[in-house]
Design a protein around this ligand. Structure first.
Ligand code: SF4
Length: 360
């Protein structure tokens, strides 16, 4: 039996290594080869004894994700990558450049079962969770892509396909590798996990990891949020506000509130005032995102003036608010737009979940 080595935490790897009658420190050496040097062949790990390398080759293999399409935005230089997984599923990731800030946006699931009405990924439902190896391989690939562009990858955001907290175990396995100084060695300040609001898991995550948190709110009343995001029936706005007050986050850290502005749905002055009432005095900053129109969608982006006025209302009432730059508008960079065509070809598009129940 072979195991994917990049699905293992350092502790699990140490256990394997001890079982092979080798010293535990070899695990750190292996981690450095795999995550810092990006090596995917035991033969190249030249500071490991030859017979140990042979043993490793017998029991381990590396997770393979193959880039099959890569699109470069002429507007902002962001690069979207479509990966084929070993089981012929597809996921996408985006590398975004903003001065010295270079951000990898990665996926955690093939599809998603959360059913947000404005989201392309929702249309295929959940096909499966990604392994931590598949999550990490996206980052290693994008890190290398940044280097090819003479930049260093500085930030990681879990905002691609899927709901990260719906794949909690593999998310946290990958966070362990990302934050380990012998692994990818990122500071928790540079890593953001975004959720549609799975509050119970959010508490668990915050207790164990100091990474940044983003919550996708998108409405200031339960009536509208429930229409846009079925998760609101399980964890409503009041639950989210309560969690913001109670999450064990480090002092001075603010939670990001993501708010996609959709024309005629959630972008009025009244919506902005209600949002002020909800958020005033809380440790949050709001990211307004102008909806990125997707094909066949019932929704439309608002005029930019609406976004500016919405922002003004929030700022004037003491709520820090930014209009988030939308990357790659010419390359279909919004979540799920590129791979949609691959799933359509395979007849999987719209195959399941818009009515799928969210069971937690
Ligand atoms: S917005 Fe995020 S949580 Fe909602 S359906 Fe899309 S991928 Fe899933």
């Amino acid at each position: 039996m072979t195991y994917k080595i990049d699905n293992l935490s350092i502790k699990e790897l140490q256990k394997f290594i001890i079982d092979l009658n080798e010293k535990p420190f070899r695990a750190k050496q292996l981690y450095k080869w795999i995550y810092q040097k990006g090596i995917t062949s035991f033969e190249e790990m030249t500071d490991l004894p030859l017979n140990f390398r042979d043993k490793l080759s017998d029991i381990f293999e590396f997770t393979k994700i193959t880039p099959i399409e890569q699109l470069l935005s002429k507007l902002d230089g962001s690069i979207k990558v479509l990966f084929e997984l070993e089981d012929k599923n597809y996921i996408e990731s985006v590398l975004m450049f903003d001065g010295e800030r270079v951000t990898a946006c990665v996926s955690t699931q093939v599809g998603c079962r959360m059913g947000c009405k404005f989201c392309n990924t929702a249309k295929i439902g959940l096909i499966r969770n990604l392994t931590s190896g598949e999550i990490i391989r996206q980052i290693i690939y994008l890190k290398d892509l940044a280097r090819q562009n003479n930049k260093l990858l500085s930030n990681i955001v879990f905002m691609g396909m899927g709901e990260p907290l719906d794949n909690y175990e593999n998310l946290t396995n990958s966070l362990d590798i990302i934050l380990d100084e012998d692994g990818l060695n990122f500071s928790h300040r540079k890593v953001t996990v975004s959720t549609c609001g799975i509050i119970d898991k959010l508490y668990t995550l915050s207790k164990n990891y100091k990474v940044n948190i983003a919550i996708s709110l998108n409405a200031s009343s339960n009536k509208i949020r429930s229409k846009l995001m079925p998760i609101n029936k399980k964890f409503n706005i009041e639950e989210i506000i309560k969690s913001i007050k109670n999450l064990p986050i480090p002092k001075r850290k603010r939670i990001t509130i993501e708010y996609v502005l959709i024309d005629g749905i959630n972008n009025t002055k009244r919506d902005a005032n209600l949002l002020v009432k909800l958020l005033k005095g809380l440790p949050v900053k709001v990211n307004l995102i102008v909806y990125n129109k997707i094909k066949d969608s019932q929704f439309n982006p608002p005029d930019l003036n609406y976004a500016l006025n919405f922002q003004k209302t929030l700022i004037n009432n003491g709520v820090a608010t930014f209009i988030r730059k939308s990357f790659g508008q010419d390359i279909e960079a919004a979540c799920g737009q590129l791979y949609a065509k691959y799933y359509k070809e395979r007849g999987l598009w719209k195959r399941s979940n818009l009515t799928q129940e969210i069971k937690q």
